[in-house]
Design a protein around this ligand. Structure first.
Ligand SMILES: [Zn+2]
Length: 306
């Protein structure tokens, strides 16, 4: 036996095993956090006191409705007249459907008395997704109880504006005053607010809302939250992960509904770089979004002295 060869092979084996462990297994941990403001709020809050919640709107400016067959012809006509009036004053368009309507109009022949006064009707958003940018109305309901005695269908207009997110006005000449009368008018601020809110296209808006990472040895662990802050469900997108400037991994992001989010946790991603200064995460979408700037986030080493 060649002992010299044996010992040198043995030493080589030990050395390569040590190197292997040094190379592949954790020896220290480095934490990465985002220093930037994660959420970029760019949308102004419009006259928030006029609506139940700020920036309430339906996903699109074409809004579907269905009037119940139980409604009298008078109420049906009043409601359609109210849709016409709001259409003429704003960018909104209302169209009838048979199923899955956004605004449901119902009629109840019985008078409802509340606090000693007859209730003319009721209306309001009944399904709202509260997002950081918009409070998105997915469903609105209108109940017409009393017939309007006015030339203009003030009760139907009042309830429609409730369904569009508008609250009561303290001005008794305004159609949104809580007691109806024929001389009430739609204030100019209402169509203006509607047109401001619906000036944004019905796009989705994927955004990082939280992300952090750590590196143990040569392995990267990542945690990120992505939300859809927009007005439409998003299509499939891809998340790209870069260490320094090298693309190390792509992750599929399926569709995300309005107001919903996804938490993605990735563990033990192999990285070849020895010294990582920063980790960049990018949401790569090939569809239009309200904002693309919030599709990128940079994570840097956390300064433990702070
Ligand atoms: Zn009211």
């Amino acid at each position: 036996m060649n002992w010299k060869l044996f010992w040198s092979s043995f030493a080589f084996l030990i050395l390569s095993t040590l190197l292997f462990f040094y190379f592949f297994f954790p020896y220290n941990e480095i934490k990465f956090y985002s220093e930037e403001e994660v959420f970029n709020f760019t949308l102004p809050t419009y006259n928030s006191e006029m609506q139940f919640y700020p920036n309430m709107r339906y996903p699109g400016k074409e809004i579907s409705y269905k009037i119940s067959d139980e409604c009298t012809l008078k109420k049906k006509n009043d409601m359609e007249f109210a849709f016409d009036i709001i259409e003429n004053l704003t960018v909104l368009e209302f169209y009838p459907v048979f199923v899955n309507e956004e605004i449901s109009v119902n009629c109840n022949e019985r008078d409802i008395v509340e606090g000693g006064i007859f209730i003319a009707g009721e209306g309001g958003p009944t399904k709202v997704v509260r997002g950081e940018k918009f409070n998105v109305i997915l469903k609105g309901d209108i109940l017409l109880i009393r017939d309007s005695q006015c030339e203009k269908p003030n009760i139907a207009i009042h309830e429609l504006l409730h369904a569009l997110g508008f609250a009561h006005s303290l001005n008794k000449h305004n159609v949104m005053y809580n007691v109806t009368s024929c001389n009430q008018k739609i204030g100019e601020d209402i169509p203006k607010l509607i047109n401001d809110l619906y000036s944004y296209p019905s796009y989705s808006d994927l955004s990082f809302t939280e992300a952090h990472a750590n590196i143990k040895g040569r392995y990267l662990n990542l945690n990120m939250t992505i939300k859809n802050l927009g007005l439409k469900s998003s299509e499939r997108a891809e998340i790209e992960i870069y260490t320094n400037d090298n693309l190390i991994k792509k992750v599929d992001l399926g569709p995300v509904n309005i107001g919903e989010g996804k938490i993605i946790t990735l563990e033990n991603i192999w990285t070849s770089s020895l010294k990582i200064e920063q980790i960049i995460l990018i949401i790569n979408s090939d569809f239009e979004e309200l904002e693309k700037e919030n599709n990128k986030i940079t994570l840097k080493i956390k300064n433990e002295k702070n």
